[in-house]
Design a protein around this ligand. Structure first.
Ligand code: NIG
Ligand code: FE
Length: 423
C-alpha cells in the first residue's frame, strides 16, 4: 500500500536550510547568516519534493497520523542540502598521472599543453574510446561524487573538439543522466582547446558553423539535452573575440553561458561575461577589479575552483574581494584529468583555508549559489518546501564537521538522499 509520504527524517541536531525565503542566490551577508533549525525534521512527499521542514516537535504534530515509506531517526546527526558541484569535466579516457610528476617538477599547465599534452593528450584518448567505455567511466566518477555528497553536478564535454567526438560525449552524458538518480546539468564545451592542425579562427568556425548546428538538431529531436555553453577563454586558446562569437551563438540556441575565464592571464573575460549576461564564469584567478564590479552588477556568478589553483600552484582566486564586492560566489571541483578530485567537502575545506572563505560561505557556495550557476536554484540548493528532496545526513552533531574533518566525508556522510530516496 502506498504511504502518504516518501520520507521522514526526524530529530536531527541541526537542519541547515541555507535560506528560507525563496532566494535564488546569496551574496556575502546572506551567506554568513545561513538559516539553521536546531533539533529539526524534514518530510519529503511522494513527488520527491520537500513537503515540510521545521522544528521536530512542530513537524511531529503536523504529521501525526501520516504514514511514510521510510522514517530515519537522525538524533545526534545533521541534515544539509545535497551538494552541488558547479564545474566538472568527467567524461574522458586517458588519465594524466604521468603529467602530475612533470608539473610537480616545475612544468606549468601551459608548458604541458603547448608540448601536445594536457587537454590534447586526453582528446586523443577520448576520440578513440567507445561510447560504452566513456559511459562506464562517467558512471564510476559520478557515483564517486555521489558518495562524497554531490547530488547535482555540471558535466562538460570538451575532450572531443570535433562534431563526432563532442556529440559522442554529450550522448554519453545524456545516457548517464537518464540512468542515474543524480542530477546532471550538461555543458557543451567544444571550444575547450584549439585542435591540433587548426587555427583558432578555423576552430571557432567549426564550432559555430558545424558543431552547434548539429547539436541543435539533436536537441530539437529530443535525442540530447544540453543546458550550458562553455569556452576556455585564455591566451593561446580562445581569445576574447572568438569567445564572444561562440558564446553568442550558444545563447541564440537558448543555452546558458557558463565559461572558463581569466584563469592564467587577465583576459577581461569577466567583463565579457557580464556584457553577454553569462550565468557564471569559472576560475578567475586573474580577474581585475573592473571585472569583479561588472560581475556583481550583472549577477554573473563566479565559480571558484580551489583544487586547480592548488595543483597548478596558481595564486588563489580572490574570493574575499569578490564577496566584499557583491559577487555571487559558487564552488566547483573542476574534476578533470589535471585536477583529480571528486569531493566537494574537500573543495569547501580548501576554499576556507586557501581562499579565506568562512564555513557558512563555503556551504552556501556549494549549494544555493552553485545551483544558481546552472539556472537551477528554484529547484535545488536549499531545504525549502517545494524544492527537490535532495539531502545529506551527516553523523556529527554540528554540520561544520563535514568541512572540518578534511577527507573524512566517507565516514561522516551516513545517507545521501535524492528525491526522498536513499541512494
Ligand atoms: O578547468 N582550464 C581548462 N579546463 C580545465 C582543465 C582541463 C584539462 O586540463 O583537461 C580546467 O581546469
Ligand atoms: Fe574546467
Amino acid at each position: 500500500m502506498a504511504h502518504d509520504f516518501r520520507l521522514l527524517v526526524k530529530n536531527a541536531s541541526q537542519v541547515v536550510l541555507i535560506c528560507s525565503s525563496g532566494e535564488k542566490f546569496l551574496t556575502k551577508e546572506g551567506m554568513e547568516k545561513l538559516v539553521i533549525i536546531e533539533n529539526g525534521s524534514v518530510v519529503i512527499g511522494r513527488d520527491g519534493l520537500i513537503a515540510a521542514v521545521g522544528p521536530a516537535d512542530a513537524i511531529e504534530l503536523q504529521f501525526r497520523g501520516a504514514s511514510f515509506d521510510k522514517v530515519l531517526d537522525a538524533a545526534g546527526m545533521c541534515i544539509i542540502p545535497g551538494l552541488v558541484d558547479a564545474h566538472t569535466h568527467p567524461v574522458w579516457d586517458g588519465d594524466r598521472v604521468h603529467e602530475f610528476s612533470m608539473k610537480l617538477a616545475g612544468a606549468t599547465y601551459m608548458d604541458v599543453h603547448r608540448a601536445g599534452g594536457g587537454i590534447h593528450f586526453t582528446v586523443e584518448h577520448t576520440r578513440r574510446a567507445s561510447a560504452e567505455r566513456l559511459t562506464s567511466g562517467l558512471m564510476g566518477r559520478l557515483r564517486r561524487m555521489l558518495r562524497a555528497g554531490t547530488t547535482l553536478a555540471e558535466c562538460k564535454s570538451g575532450y572531443g573538439l570535433d562534431a563526432r567526438a563532442e556529440l559522442k560525449m554529450l550522448r554519453v552524458i545524456e545516457d548517464v543522466r537518464r540512468a542515474l538518480p543524480m542530477g546532471v546539468s550538461a555543458t557543451y564545451c567544444g571550444a575547450h582547446a584549439v585542435p591540433r592542425g587548426k587555427s583558432m579562427a578555423e576552430a571557432t568556425r567549426d564550432v559555430v558553423d558545424v558543431q552547434l548546428p548539429l547539436l541543435q538538431k539533436k536537441m530539437s529531436s529530443g535525442e540530447i539535452h544540453v543546458d550550458n555553453i562553455d569556452v576556455f577563454c585564455e591566451e593561446g586558446v580562445f581569445d576574447l573575440d572568438s569567445t564572444r562569437t561562440i558564446l553568442q551563438a550558444g545563447k541564440r540556441m537558448g543555452l546558458n553561458i557558463n565559461f572558463h575565464g581569466d584563469e592564467l592571464h587577465p583576459m577581461n573575460a569577466a567583463q565579457l561575461g557580464a556584457e553577454l549576461g553569462a550565468l557564471a564564469i569559472s576560475h578567475l584567478e586573474e580577474v581585475t577589479d573592473e571585472g569583479i564590479a561588472a560581475m556583481a552588477t550583472a549577477r554573473t556568478a563566479a565559480v571558484l575552483l580551489p583544487t586547480t589553483a592548488y595543483i597548478l600552484r596558481l595564486k588563489s582566486p580572490r574570493a574575499r574581494d569578490m564577496l566584499e564586492g557583491g559577487v555571487i560566489v559558487a564552488l566547483g571541483s573542476d574534476f578533470n584529468p589535471n585536477a583529480y578530485c571528486c569531493s566537494m567537502p574537500i573543495v569547501m575545506h580548501m576554499a576556507c583555508v586557501n581562499m579565506k572563505m568562512t564555513l557558512n560561505e563555503a556551504l552556501a557556495a556549494a549549494t544555493i549559489n552553485a545551483a544558481y550557476t546552472l539556472g537551477l536554484s528554484h529547484t535545488h540548493g536549499s531545504l525549502e518546501p517545494g524544492k527537490q528532496g535532495d539531502l545529506l545526513i551527516i553523523s556529527a552533531p554540528r554540520w561544520e564537521h563535514l568541512i572540518y574533518q578534511l577527507g573524512g566525508h566517507g565516514e561522516l556522510i551516513q545517507y545521501v538522499i535524492i528525491k526522498g530516496s536513499v541512494v
